[in-house]
Design a protein around this ligand. Structure first.
Ligand SMILES: [Zn+2]
Length: 293
């Protein structure tokens, strides 16, 4: 853990729970892709950069989840580096209360403002390819979060953040968090045909071939959609749908797990409603969802 692994002439990643990309340019300058989850990890990242005589100039965040931006604040304080994040995500990086607010859809209670949903704040600017090293490209990978991006280096390496979930996570948790199911499915279809020397998902092995992993992610998304539609042959409340998903997949019943499942199921319900496949009604003070015949 926390080792620098070479992927191309100037492209590396730091092996840690949320892989951090490193692109070296101008001989000794470094651009990081994401910054891990907290100050402790950021210290280790900075130590690796120093050991390799690299000066941190900028961090590009693929998206604003706490395990990808948690090291921003410490690294910026120590090095005065720039931080760039995609539009919308940038607002979340600068105001980290927004993440748990989005998950809860009101002011989150303090126990929900934990390190999984609320990172330390940093000062981010909107990403613009003009500010990135020559040849670095931004690829839109929306769905997992509102404006998730991938970063492609001139070594033909693409850091794809959380747009793909590992086999192990899919088998253990089944529900991969997402914000927008339609965009997520579009992104997966795009990834299926995307070519690169190497893809680096944040929580799965780096690989030149992600086709199988993309297919597993697509299959799991449709498995969940089918499960929801099967349930909605009869009207169900949102809470009943969540309950069945948690019990069917035998998921841990904890605050973090519940909030992730709840938000993700709501994303699928929005998608199915917008596609005209399900609709809602009210009865006895409860909101029900039901498949449209
Ligand atoms: Zn994420």
């Amino acid at each position: 853990m926390f080792e620098l692994i070479k992927l191309g002439k100037n492209t590396y990643y730091i092996d840690c729970p949320s892989k951090v990309g490193v692109y070296v340019y101008n001989k000794n300058d470094a651009m990081l892709i994401d910054s891990e989850n907290d100050e402790d990890s950021a210290r280790k990242i900075l130590r690796i950069l120093k050991e390799n005589n690299l000066n941190l100039k900028m961090i590009v965040n693929t998206h604003s989840h706490a395990d990808h931006i948690g090291g921003n604040g410490f690294l910026q304080k120590r090095t005065n580096c720039k931080i760039y994040a995609p539009e919308i995500e940038e607002a979340f990086v600068n105001n980290t209360i927004l993440e748990s607010s989005l998950m809860y859809s009101a002011k989150p209670f303090l126990k929900l403002q934990n390190k999984y949903f609320k990172a330390k704040e940093s000062n981010a600017e909107k990403i613009d390819v003009k500010n990135l090293p020559d040849g670095v490209e931004i690829i839109s990978l929306k769905g997992h979060s509102p404006n998730h991006v991938g970063i492609k280096t001139p070594d033909d390496v693409i850091f794809i953040g959380d747009s793909l979930i590992s086999v192990e996570t899919l088998e253990k948790y089944h529900i991969a968090y997402l914000f927008d199911a339609k965009e997520y499915l579009n992104t997966l279809k795009m990834l299926e045909n995307l070519k690169a020397s190497c893809f680096v998902p944040s929580h799965a092995e780096a690989s030149s071939d992600i086709k199988r992993l993309v297919k597993l992610n697509i299959d799991k998304a449709y498995e969940i959609i089918d499960k929801i539609l099967d349930m909605l042959k009869e009207e169900k409340t949102q809470e009943e749908i969540i309950q069945k998903i948690i019990l069917d997949y035998n998921l841990k019943q904890s605050l973090n797990q519940y909030i992730i499942v709840k938000t993700t199921i709501k994303a699928y319900l929005s998608y199915l409603c917008d596609e005209g496949i399900i609709d809602f009604c009210f009865k006895d003070g409860k909101m029900y969802w039901l498949k449209v015949n």
